[in-house]
Design a protein around this ligand. Sequence first.
Ligand SMILES: [Zn+2]
Ligand SMILES: [Zn+2]
Ligand SMILES: [Zn+2]
Length: 433
Amino acid sequence: MANTNPLGTLTPDTLAGIVAAASSTGYEEWWGRVRSSGYCAHPIHLTRTTTAGTTTVYARCENRRETVCPACSDLYALDTWHVVTGGLTSEHLTDAAAVFITLTAPSFGAVHTTYADDPGRSCRPASKGACANGTPTGCSKSHQSGDPAVGSPLCADCYDYETHALTTWWFPALWNRYTRTLRRLVTRQAPGVKVSFVKVMEMQARLAPHYHAILRANNEPGAPSITPDTLMTLAAAAASLIRVEVPSTSGTTPLRFGAQVDVKPLRYQEETRRVGGYLAKYVTKSITSTPLPARIPAANIDLLPIPAHHRRIMSTLMRLATLLPDEYAGMADRLGTFGWRGHTTTKSRTFSTTMTAQKQHRAAWRAEHAAAPGNGSDSDAEAGQADWEYTRSGHKTLGHRYLAVTAALTHREQLRTAHTIDDTTAPTGQGAP
Ligand SMILES: [Zn+2]
Ligand SMILES: [Zn+2]
Ligand SMILES: [Zn+2]
């Protein structure tokens, strides 16, 4: 089982590093920088030289993965929550219909499954017999979450790896086609109605992407309007209409969404807040529990400590990159994301406040507070001073990193105890207003 603890394993070497870091000269100064970066696990070092001397400050890494940096992933979750719930205030929902939809990739072959709401349930007990390769088509085990078998195919040779890789690669294009189709269907029923959305990508255990999206239709007063029920029907209908033909080793391959489309109306403020919390949680989950760099040299595929299914997806991407370089050379640079090349969170322009607006708001807040006496001058790095220069990133030793991450986790606990957290409240963002 891969290590999901952002602290990593506490080895004797790390322990010695912690002691050395905490007793080193300059510890107080270093700790001040760590605190002003919001306990970032991989801070960016910026220096500025003036007549008064050289100053170094730490800026946040802004990595959204919990396993890389708990402090920055919390902040990312908070920003997402603001973007989502910001588009679902009573002001936005007046004369509007909103639905929550999940669009999956289709099946590429049977995979081992766990059932969160029924952990004792067997994987695929009903399926008897064997496939053409002699592999049993059923599985009587009841897999627990964390079982590395979950998400991997019953038979890797029957599993359609090429269509899987192509679907991940083209998933953002499927979404574009989807929104165009949905807007057309809505306009046909009620011209003048504007459809906006926010969506979050989540990788399933089988490493195929799926989208969780909120769709909002804003009606014009006195004109034909769209009800939540109509929007639900049209949203599901649009998903079933999407077909995209893409180049493949067999000429072309049609891509589509999975047949199971889950769509629910969002009628009440509480529902929208819960969905906001739910989406915010997804964005900080790593694609896999072991964070991989996006670029992995092809020669290293066989050396990585990853499940066979993950390795097979990577070698399929390399195969496509090699066989169809005009179309897919870029896949070779996306092995670590399993062919994913889109953004995690995207929204249409009119949905709500943007992530950038959130960041600017925070930078302004920090600049204001940095000016207050006793706050030091460190925090103005985020206010966008032009003469700061990048020197390096990360903490000096694993001991330093351990201290920063421990502080980030303790700080989060304190915030959670201070405000009782449930699914309807904003995630705790460290160092945010
Ligand atoms: Zn960070
Ligand atoms: Zn199974
Ligand atoms: Zn088979």
